[in-house]
Design a protein around this ligand. Structure first.
Ligand SMILES: *Cc1c(COP(=O)(O)O)cnc(C)c1O
Length: 376
């Protein structure tokens, strides 16, 4: 086994040899199996605790009747709905199997050996993965210090300083996962303006709907000003459709045309296309999800601060909180049936990330955590 492992390892392309797999939040069934627990809550993957919207579920169910057919490989209906929603042309939209797929498309289109990608320390784990898999070199900018008003957030100046002749892609997560931190409108616009023409700026707005903070940018407004801008969005978070895999980017049509060459012909399935279209039309569901998150995020922050814990600023649907021995605390929470996300893999070994859940889930998490930090 180990011999074969190293033999195959040598056969893999260079980028894959140095790669570690993405570690997802622990699935509920796994905890059930491993610990024999039945009453479990999962606050580990930034999913919408309200579930999918009923209109989206109905659309997915209706689409299931035609599952013997290939999906529309061009995603005509969804692209048109998105184009109307954003006030852009359908040719600017690239659909993906989650926005993760579109991030990977950006890497396979513009990165490769001898090229560089720039992103921040503590940024979303998919950026280093798609960069390394392409064979490109990652230039990781140090994050803002803990004493700043955006601790562990993106330092756009430090990122800009790492952009060079070989840079082809810069990834900005706004808000960022796992920190929840964000960059403001003017700072991001100045950063985009400062980038050379040979650099594609990918602004990942997976959580933007949750970000109701003043000065929070909507990068889609700048698409005509910056032809090298790619904005990614997802149906996994606010729309509660993570299990279906639906995401997209908006970019200059010429960039979308390149993505279209690289993508798999049917990279968004039929149920996902139908459900996403219905979810987009159900803005009432979005509003109610945002309202619940804003209220419960405050409640959760208060509860954590009442335990004497440091919590990072967050414009998203999760909080990153310093618990000390995060591995031990996580283990204690698992035994109490609460799944959260340790973020040691993101360079934050003393922190955990907790998704804002339903009121009763947040209360239960706070009780379980309080028992942990009190040392029970
Ligand atoms: C969850 C997340 C995504 C979206 O992933 P999908 O593939 O669309 O489910 C993208 N970027 C960040 C920063 C995320 O946290």
């Amino acid at each position: 086994m180990t011999e074969l492992r190293s033999a195959f390892q040598k056969l893999a392309v260079d980028g894959v040899q140095g790669l570690a797999p993405y570690e997802p939040g622990k699935p509920m069934e796994e905890l059930q199996r491993e610990y024999g627990l039945t009453d479990i809550i999962k606050l580990a993957s930034n999913e919408n605790p309200r579930g999918p919207g009923p209109r989206a579920v109905e659309a997915a169910r209706a689409a299931a009747a035609d599952l013997h057919r290939y999906p529309d490989g061009n995603g005509f209906r969804l692209k048109h709905a998105l184009a109307v929603h954003h006030g852009v042309a359908p040719e600017t939209i690239t659909l993906g199997n989650g926005s993760n797929d579109v991030l990977a498309l950006a890497a396979s289109t513009f990165l490769g050996p001898g090229r560089e990608a720039v992103f921040s320390e503590h940024a979303f784990a998919v950026y280093p993965i798609v960069t390394a898999a392409s064979g490109a070199t990652a230039r990781v900018a140090p994050a803002l210090g803990p004493e700043t008003d955006m601790p562990f957030g993106h330092d756009l100046d430090a990122m800009r300083a790492r952009v060079g002749e070989a840079t082809r892609v810069v990834f900005v997560a706004n808000p960022n996962n796992p920190t929840g931190t964000w960059v403001g409108r003017e700072a991001l616009k100045d950063f985009l303006r400062s980038l050379p023409e040979h650099v594609i700026a990918v602004v990942d707005e997976a959580y933007c709907e949750y970000a109701d903070h003043p000065g929070m940018p909507d990068a889609t407004e700048w698409l005509s000003a910056f032809p090298n801008l790619v904005v990614t969005r997802t149906f996994s978070k606010i729309h509660g459709l993570a299990g279906l895999r639906a995401g997209y980017s908006i970019s200059h049509p010429a960039v979308a045309e390149l993505f279209n060459r690289v993508r798999q012909p049917f990279n968004m399935n039929a149920c996902a296309q139908a459900a996403a279209e219905a979810a987009l039309a159900d803005q009432e569901y979005v509003r109610a999800s945002v309202a619940l998150n804003t209220e419960q995020r405050d409640r959760l922050r208060q509860g954590l601060e009442a335990l004497g814990l440091d919590v990072l600023p967050s414009a998203a649907n999760f909080l990153c909180v310093r618990v000390g021995d995060a591995a031990a605390v996580n283990e204690g929470l698992l035994r109490a049936g609460v799944i959260v996300r340790p973020v040691a893999g993101y360079g934050l070994p003393e922190w955990i990330r907790v998704t804002v859940g339903l009121p009763e889930e947040n209360e239960r998490f706070l009780r379980a955590l309080s028992a942990q930090v009190a040392g029970d």
